[in-house]
Structures are given as structure tokens and as C-alpha cells.
Design a protein around this ligand. Sequence first.
Ligand code: C5J
Length: 220
Amino acid sequence: MASVTARPFDFPLDPARAALIVIDMQRDFLEPGGFGESLGNDVSRLQAIVPATARLIEGFRAARLPVIHTRECHRPDLSDCPPAKRLRGAPGLRIGDPGPMGRILIAGEPGAEIVPALCPAAGEAVIDKPGKGAFHATGLTDHLAGLGITQLVFAGVTTEVCVQTTMREANDRGYECLLAEDATESYFAEFKRVAIDMITAQGAIVGWAAPVAAILEGLA
Ligand code: C5J
């Protein structure tokens, strides 16, 4: 057991029971010319966390601990996309519409792929998820149970949407959740700050937050 310096208090990391979940580091969210930028977002904010996220992934790989990647995407026939979700986007740039990197958030399209710098290694699980949370309508629960995982370290985008939603789902399912605070980002700086405050408030009501360097020390 290692003690990771974290907010609001040290996280008791048990590497034998821990996995890393990297949320939605997809081209359409991160790359210039993708869906995120076409909505008017500054994607350089999200690109900036790629090096820290890569270090975290490498640390888990070096420690031979599970790395799980997620992608927010839907089936080409949209049968897993509730109309209420699809109709929420900007007209002309909704899920399934033709976008700058193929059909927006559709499995198999270039924009739905993970950015090359964080490409999943052979044998690492890639969970395609139709919701914001990675537990909804996926096999993640069974996958984690099969590995004996009870602690989850989180990285990815965006902090206040898919990362926070998945952390809340995990927290309710009994996992101890630690967010790598320099390996997560939002298009809105204030949303990231407030999301981490909400997660760590009231004695880690949803979970803990720590820098990548502190988490890597705990794995060493
Ligand atoms: C994610 C989103 N991945 N912001 N999606 O956070 O719609």
C-alpha cells in the first residue's frame, strides 16, 4: 500500500487492486479541425494534457497494471443514441452528422479514434460508450470485476462531463476514485477547477485528486 499525496487527504493506493481509466482522448475532442473546435472550443487546452497523460499511462504499463481507454461514440445506425441526446447538439453538427473528421462520434470514423500519442497498447481494453459515463451500457463493470479492481485512477476529457460522470458512477459502485488533476482538462478552465472542487469536497465525497507525479511515486 502506498500513500499518494492528494486532495483532500492522502489516497491509500493499493497497486494490486488499481487500474487507470483514460476517458475519451479522441481526435474529435482534441485535434485542431475536429468536432470540438468546430463548436468554437479552444482545443489547445485539451492537447496540453497529452504529455502528462502519456507519462501516467507509461507508469501504469511499467508497473504492469491495467490501462483502460474509453471512447464516446455510437453505432453507425444510431440505435444506441437516444434522440434526447442527439437533439441536444448544434444544428448541422449533431451526433451522426458529417463532420470534419467523418461522422460525428460514430464508431469507426477517424474523429472517434484516440489521438495517436495515446494509442492503446495491444491487450489494453478499449470501451466504447454511448453515454457520458463509462459504466452506462458497457461491459466495464464485468471487466473490472474480472481483474479484481477496486481502485480507479482517472485521466482524460472533459473533466466536468465524461470524467466527472464516470467518477460519480464508479463512486456509487464502491470504487475508490483518484483523479490525475494535470491529466484531465476542460474547454473551460473554471469548469475544471470547480469540478475538482466538487469531487474532493466534503471529505472526498466523490473521490481524490493528485498530480501525475505523486501518483507515479505511489506506483514506484
Ligand atoms: C466528453 C463531452 N468526453 N464533453 N464528452 O466529456 O461531450
